[in-house]
Design a protein around this ligand. Sequence first.
Ligand code: URA
Length: 224
Amino acid sequence: MANLIKTYSSLLDWYFQLGIDTFIQKKPRNRLSINDLNNLKESLNNLNNIELKKNAKNLVFSDGNPKAKIMLIGEAPGYEEDLSGIPFVGHAGKKLDQMINAIGLNRKKNVYITNILPWRPLNNRTPTDDEISFFLPYVEKHIAIIHPIIILLFGNVASKAILNKKGITNFHGEWFKYNNPYLNEKINVMCIFHPSFILRSPEKKKNVWEDLKKVKIKINELRI
Ligand code: URA
């Protein structure tokens, strides 16, 4: 591994010496020229030939205050969310409400909530890598429009999609800086166990509480 890094870094040095300082990815990143929430929602609604959409009842776009400085991102809608078109309203949603209320946050007042996938995967299966890559540009644009100061990522899927980090057990509760392709400044991000996981493993509640206390400290520090 160390040798590989050395080889790549010499290659980069060589490119720079030749005056090459711009690299174009093999697969261009899909950048959306949308600048408001209604257009973003409409562009998702207008997507065709999406398997998830065919099997779902409603698009689940967001909930909360679009002016909030704290954005919460989950994985994908479940049964209740699919029926109502609102994220986090089922059992996991009730748990999420309890979690954020514990540090003085309220879903209607000072947070904005969305998911990586806007439609429910059949039988609540885990989103595939292809589905996550497909919807990532929409989530990136969603983040850019909301322009939060803090993002909380709930669970492995959101952590992998946004930070490209796997295995939340090893890094929940740590602060990271997230670079959004549409924004200049980096955003403070923390990964927290998903409320569904807490419902299945209540012994992890204390971890979540420790993480939420750090979020509260950050909110106070940043005077949000
Ligand atoms: N789980 C999620 O990740 N999102 C929801 O909206 C509901 C359950």
